[in-house]
Design a protein around this ligand. Structure first.
Ligand SMILES: Nc1ncnc2c1ncn2[C@@H]1O[C@H](COP(=O)(O)OP(=O)(O)OP(=O)(O)O)[C@@H](O)[C@H]1O
Ligand SMILES: [Mg+2]
Length: 290
């Protein structure tokens, strides 16, 4: 059974954009929407804090949820929306919510942070850490481009990202672009190694076309294009994202190091992309499965 779309809100401008994105996605998928506000009492739990803030925090939280619900009812009246006021650290609350969710949607920023910060702590601590896709939304809407971009690198996570990207392209009735950015890392150190660049390019293009084959067969209605570019993946993906409605990446790629939950490309894309970014992870086997 597919769970609801979960969106976290702290009442900020980015969170409002996340609520709008989540409501649109819930509408397209025919799923209910659960709007979550985490009440974090920790900053106030110091012995000498002069006034009890419990009631104020709850009241403020309920108001934030009411505003979000109201916005959803106005823009997506068909979506079944339920509020949830939950006590705890926002990242932890949203990670727990993921256990019974179709996806988690959050804003790139919130009310905290510092001027110029591109990604808040919730994005850092939720993306790549849960089994369901995490979508990070920036404030400021742009006109739809009719394109979903997905980064591929041959890893299992990239394959999971392709599945999600195809589903999104199908639901949005738009095109899909699968992008593979490759580089020749040794060239500048060993210029005597001769490459036939055309040959390398053709091999890379074949590779990305191969990665797409089964997905194409499963989604004949989605127009898909593959592109292999000789560039850094972050540059290539962020640039492609400028003309996309959604950028999809795996949580980590082939170059994953040790226990890193979020690869360097996904992390940088979350910071720098202008459009919404979905981070997709391959579900890890649970303790019971092992
Ligand atoms: N208390 C909360 N309850 C539910 N969702 C939240 C809460 N706080 C933040 N979020 C979600 O996370 C998004 C990003 O906010 P985040 O808190 O990470 O950034 P910030 O406030 O700018 O910086 P900081 O990491 O310093 O708090 C918000 O747009 C919202 O979607
Ligand atoms: Mg915050």
């Amino acid at each position: 059974m597919t769970g609801p779309v979960i969106v976290g809100t702290d009442g900020s401008r980015a969170a409002a954009a996340a609520v709008e994105w989540a409501a649109g996605d819930a509408a397209r998928r025919g799923l209910p929407l659960r709007v979550v506000h985490a009440v974090d009492r920790l900053p106030y739990e110091i012995a000498r804090y002069p006034i009890p803030v419990e009631d104020q925090l709850d009241r403020a939280g309920r108001r934030i949820l009411e505003e979000a619900e109201q916005a959803v009812r106005e823009t997506h009246p068909a979506v079944r929306v339920t509020p949830a006021l939950i006590e705890g650290d926002p990242s932890r609350v949203l990670r727990q919510e993921a256990a019974n969710a179709a996806e988690i949607v959050i804003g790139s920023r919130g009310h905290g942070g510092f001027a110029g910060m591109l990604l808040g702590s919730v994005g850092m601590h939720v993306a790549g850490q849960v089994d369901v896709p995490v979508v990070v939304v920036r404030p400021g809407v742009s006109a739809p481009h009719g394109l979903v971009v997905v980064g591929v690198d041959g890893s299992a996570e990239a394959d999971a990202a392709l599945t999600y990207a195809y589903e999104q392209a199908r639901l949005r009735e738009c095109r899909l672009l699968a992008l593979y950015a490759w580089q020749l890392p040794v060239h500048s150190f060993a210029p005597e190694i001769a490459y036939d660049l055309d040959e390398v390019r053709t091999a890379q293009e074949d590779y990305v076309a191969d990665a797409l084959r089964t997905h194409r067969e499963r989604n004949p209605g989605v127009p898909a294009e593959t592109r292999a570019v000789c560039a850094h993946p972050v540059t290539a993906l962020v640039e492609a994202g400028e003309k996309a409605d959604l950028l999809v990446v795996g949580s980590r790629g082939r170059g994953a190091v040790g226990a890193a939950v979020l690869g360097s490309v996904s992390r940088a894309v979350l910071h720098h992309a202008h459009c919404p970014v979905a981070v997709v992870r391959v579900p890890r086997p649970s303790a019971e499965d092992v």
